[in-house]
Write a protein that binds this ligand. Structure first.
Ligand SMILES: Nc1nc2c(ncn2[C@@H]2O[C@H](COP(=O)(O)OP(=O)(O)OP(=O)(O)O)[C@@H](O)[C@H]2O)c(=O)[nH]1
Length: 694
């Protein structure tokens, strides 16, 4: 054992005891504070330490195995508490270990939720065995995604597949294991596609199944289309009660266009109202897939899930790749880790990549040395190599998020290849301004946005500035839920506090006296009967009519039965007007908005009323006006503070009183001319909130 340099924060070391067998603990020796932190971090991502969903993957917590090492001294315990304090740790196991071993200071975190799943610990023999990826020839590899409409059971099916292949333990608490983000757990929806490599034994053959669990909501469909580029097949999950819904159709066509094998899986057959035969007929009618190809399961109870694995092996072809060709790897997703830089999720189309290889990014032409390769099982598990046909991750010291482009091709230094086609860039539908609450936080927020957009490449970012809110950005999102989730992730994962302006949609303005066509109402384009009870309607809508609350209204009107999907139909002419908001005759740039002519009055009035309630009174009167061009369409007034100038006049001459009042009125008029109306930030936020709810 080499001598360990005492870190500066070290206080006293507890006597060291032998490490239990099966524990991965190379991190323990000879580390500085920073090294120790990053190595602890690595430990917790190692396959020995099954980490807990509920904390982000890259900052996963400490597990039973690592915490059961009795030889940890107080200084290491301290680092662990720091990790927990920052929300990185697995509080429950850490607490258990700390109280058992009586090491380190008392915990400073709240009670861990009981629903956290337990960890599965692999022996070191298993661990070593899994490192060798060469034992999976191309014909034993299947790459597939699980796609479906929202809530049809993708993540639940993924859980069962992970359990069946022994990737996770079958416990009550292992629910939606691949929904790792806090926002996903809180909202109960998937927002980020997650990859997991499963090892499955079938008829004496070892198969490597690379599964990608995708989101169902329309706002995250870009995640689905990107994931499909790494796959040869999909499991199309359909709820046995709800049947085919909008996103089922959209996802089927994504898979169909990418020429992937589609395995229809009818889920939730355990439900009382389930009607799998009706859904089979729908699938046959709409997708032209014979009904006997449908697999009927209950992902919740695990009924018939084994046959899904069988179908994956039998019906999805292995990838068409060449291991002898030079390396060609597609970056289909990436995350940023503050210690290790960019972690790129890659699908290898040709060749082999291993630690120490020199690789080049086709996008930037920069050369990097590979520090680590591995598979996601479902957490990062380093391997010696990755071979063509496999899907895994790669860390190559990319420190700058600009260097890591989704859709980039990586190849070996001095062995250039034709880059892969990459991805069509996402087309944002909704735009909003984002500003730091405190301008001194600008740089931190900038770096947080950069790191998050690396993980969510469908967001577009342009610099913007506002007189009232300072320097910020104009962000483009795929929908309103996408915008909310991005904002929530910024707060939860990067501790950022931001002001988000009201969402708007893009317009094209023709600055001429062209005649405008009235396009206010939706125009029906198509109507298809799926079966006796279901109909698919196609309408042409102005985007700003559906972007805010259309989905909610549709759901409540149809008692939750109707579902909705949309795609861009191009620009249309419409009767739109630019509405200014004036404070004492001066335009407030941040509140300028484009509205439909018919709604201008009600929106203008609501904004003026809200501003009136939000603006603090001043020594002079404030006129709040909504105007279209030079025409004022709404007005509110904030009354001035008024000093009683007659207080000292007891009785006496009326002309003297009149004189005092006149002088006061003149003073106020003058003040109003020279006085600037200060609009506090929270007044902006209140007004912007009104506008988004209008
Ligand atoms: N009864 C029953 N419920 C199920 C079954 N499969 C999933 N569910 C439930 O359906 C709900 C949604 O399941 P998820 O697995 O989160 O669905 P999802 O498709 O991943 O959802 P998104 O990722 O948000 O699109 C959860 O409450 C599950 O418990 C099933 O076979 N039977």
């Amino acid at each position: 054992m080499s001598r360990r340099r005492a870190p500066c924060w070290r206080q006293q070391a507890a006597p060291r005891r032998a490490a239990p067998s099966g524990c991965f603990r190379s991190w323990y020796l000879g580390r500085t504070t920073r090294g120790l932190l990053s190595s602890l971090h690595r430990v917790c991502l190692s396959p020995v330490h099954r980490t807990l969903p509920g904390v982000p993957l890259k900052t996963n917590g400490l597990c039973c195995c690592c915490l059961s090492v009795p030889s940890l001294d107080a200084s290491i315990a301290r680092v662990m508490w720091t990790l927990v304090g920052r929300g990185w740790g697995c509080a429950r196991t850490l607490a258990r270990w700390a109280t058992g071993a009586a090491l380190g200071p008392a915990p400073t975190f709240g009670a861990a939720p009981e629903s956290w799943p337990t960890c599965r610990v692999y022996s070191s023999a298993e661990f070593k065995e899994k490192l060798d990826m060469s034992r999976f020839p191309v014909e034993n590899i299947r790459n597939f995604s699980i796609v479906a409409h929202v809530d049809h059971g993708k993540s639940t099916l993924a859980d069962r597949l992970l359990e069946l292949t022994g990737t996770i333990d079958k416990t009550e608490n292992n629910k939606q294991v691949l929904d790792k983000l806090q926002v996903e757990r809180e909202r109960g929806i998937t927002v980020k596609a997650q990859t997991a490599s499963l090892f499955y034994n079938c008829e004496g053959k070892q198969y490597l199944l690379n599964l990608i669990d995708t989101p169902g909501h329309v706002d995250f469909s870009y995640e689905v289309s990107r994931s499909l580029s790494a796959c040869q097949g999909v499991l199309l999950v359909v709820d046995a009660n709800e049947g085919i819904q909008a996103q089922t159709v959209a996802n089927f066509f994504l898979a169909f266009e990418a020429q992937l094998s589609v395995i229809p899986v009818i889920n939730k057959i355990d439900l009382k109202n389930a009607d799998p035969e009706r859904v089979e007929n729908q699938i046959e009618k709409v997708f032209d897939i014979p009904s006997d190809e449908c697999i009927k399961i209950s992902a919740k109870l695990g009924t018939n899930v084994e046959s899904v694995l069988q179908a994956v092996i039998e019906r999805i072809p292995p990838p068409k790749v060449h291991r002898k060709n030079p390396l060609r790897a597609l970056v289909f997703d990436s995350t940023f880790d503050q210690y290790r830089g960019v972690i790129a999720n890659v699908a290898l189309f040709d060749g082999v990549v291993s630690k120490g290889d020199k690789i080049v990014s086709a996008h930037t032409q920069k050369t990097y040395e590979v520090n680590e390769v591995g598979v996601l099982n479902p957490n990062e598990q380093p391997t010696h190599k990755l071979y063509a046909g496999q899907v895994g991750y790669l860390i190559a010291g990319m420190k700058n998020v600009i260097e890591a482009q989704i859709g980039d091709t990586l190849y070996l230094h001095k062995q250039p290849v034709e880059p892969l086609p990459g991805f069509k860039s996402a087309k944002p539908m909704v735009f909003a301004g984002m500003y730091p609450v405190d301008q001194s936080e600008y740089n931190n927020l900038k770096s947080a946005i950069e790191k998050l957009t690396l993980n969510d490449s469908s967001v577009t970012v342009h610099r913007d500035s506002s007189l009232a809110l300072g320097a910020g950005w104009r962000l483009g999102f795929l929908g309103l839920l996408h915008m909310e989730v991005f904002n929530q992730r910024l707060e939860q994962e990067y501790n950022a506090s931001v002001i988000l302006t009201t969402p708007t949609v893009p317009y094209k303005a023709v600055l001429s006296s062209s005649k405008l066509i009235k396009a206010r109402r939706a125009v029906q384009k198509n109507m298809i009967f799926i079966d006796q009870n279901r109909v698919m309607l196609k309408y042409l809508f102005p985007l700003n009519e559906i972007v805010v609350d259309f989905y909610d209204s549709l759901k409540s009107l149809s008692s939750g039965y109707a579902s909705f999907d949309y795609e861009d139909a191009g620009y249309q002419t419409a009767e739109l007007v630019k509405m200014d908001i004036l404070l004492n005759g001066n335009t407030v740039e941040e509140l300028v908005t484009v509205v439909h002519k018919d709604k201008a009055h009600s929106i203008g009035k609501a904004i003026c009323e809200r501003l009136k309630d939000s603006l603090p009174r001043q020594l002079f009167e404030i006129a709040i006006q909504a105007a279209i061009g030079s025409k004022i369409i709404a007005r509110e007034t904030v009354k001035a503070y008024r000093k009683n100038v007659l207080a000292k006049c007891y009785g006496g001459d009326i002309t003297r009183k009149m004189k005092l009042l006149k002088r006061q009125a003149e003073g106020k008029k003058k003040l109003r001319k020279i006085g600037n109306v200060e609009v506090p930030k929270d007044a902006f936020i209140k007004v912007l909130k009104t506008r988004s709810s209008k």
